[in-house]
Design a protein around this ligand. Structure first.
Ligand code: PAF
Length: 315
């Protein structure tokens, strides 16, 4: 049987998820690189490696890290882990990594990355990854495991057979590294099923500056969560997207299961970074407007997070 498992892998963006995936793949025998736009942090990672905290255990991994994609050169697999707002400026810098045989897997939350990826005309196949793995960035290159979760991979459009083999190879690599991975035919449905959860949890935790579980004890927050998810469901249904049953109950269940987590959006606000609000509640609002659907709860959440960002982002 042909070996389709990727040998050279570049992880772009050493945030919480990027570092978690890098430490996971360090357990395989691949040639693993981290590409970071920040050359000082890249030098630090190259020198000191990555640290993974999991269930009270601390593990260190050496890693090859650089801010110069030319230094890495063509790879078999790119894991694009930068946040949605950074996608537009990141994609052109990846060209030295990409050939027609490369598979690029995009791991962003929300739906804001979809038009950017579709319009990018990259020289390689592009697939999406939707994950419920939990990760918290403690410091540069230092990640705390936040909980196991399934990961779905899939192409948005019809992909050529070689690209499909490359995706199976990537899935196998993750499985060997210990992740639960499925290749999905309808990845857009997975993207939206995860979006609904992020719509209900992320902005509210940022606004209330609380862990996911605290939302369950706040009646007002719960009402807004429910309203925002219901609006997003109406948008998804109008777009013909296959939504899994009981999305509001699922959002509450995820809140319970991740009660101790600091959501990715609250991590961004606390670190004074641009959040993914435009790709989550903002994107639902935009789609709702386009379809003539009213979405006041998503408008309220989107405005409140933008107001928080205004307090710390320049300009
Ligand atoms: O973005 C996040 O933080 C996660 O997707 C989730 C599920 C809300 C858990 O914290």
């Amino acid at each position: 049987m042909r070996d389709t498992s990727p040998k050279r892998v570049a992880i772009v963006g050493p945030g919480a998820l990027g570092c978690l995936l890098a430490t996971t793949l360090c357990r395989t025998r691949g040639d693993i690189w981290v590409l970071d736009h920040d050359s000082q942090r890249a030098a630090l990672l190259q020198h000191s490696g990555l640290t993974l905290e999991r269930a009270g255990r601390i593990e260190h991994f050496s890693i090859q890290a650089t801010a110069d994609a030319q230094k890495i050169g063509p790879v078999d697999l790119v894991l694009l882990c930068v946040k949605s707002p950074a996608l537009g400026q990141t994609l052109p810098s990846l060209l030295p990594l990409l050939t027609k045989n490369t598979l690029l897997l995009a791991w962003q939350n929300g739906i804001g990355h979809l038009p950017v990826l579709l319009g990018a005309q990259l020289p390689c196949a592009v697939a999406l990854a939707v994950t419920s793995l939990g990760a918290h960035l403690v410091g540069p290159g230092h990640v705390r495991f936040g909980g196991a979760g399934a990961t779905s991979l899939g192409f948005l459009d019809e992909a050529p057979p070689e690209a499909q083999l490359a995706l199976q190879g990537a899935a196998e690599l993750f499985r060997v590294a210990g992740l639960e991975v499925r290749v999905e035919v309808d990845i857009l449905a997975q993207v939206w099923n995860k979006l609904l959860i992020n719509v209900g949890i992320n902005a509210l935790t940022a606004i209330h500056n609380c862990k996911n579980g605290a939302l369950l004890e706040n009646g007002e927050a719960l009402a807004l969560m429910r309203a925002a998810v219901l609006e997003a469901i109406s948008v998804a249904q109008a777009k013909g997207i296959a939504i899994a049953p009981e999305p509001v109950a699922r959002t509450i269940a995820v809140c319970q299961a991740t009660a101790g987590n600091i959501s990715s959006m609250l991590q961004d606000v606390r670190a004074k970074r641009q959040t993914e609000i435009a790709a989550i509640n903002g994107a639902v609002l935009e789609e709702a407007r386009r379809l003539g659907i009213s979405a006041p709860a998503n408008a309220e959440l989107s405005n409140a997070v933008k107001a928080l960002e205004k307090g710390y982002l320049p300009g």
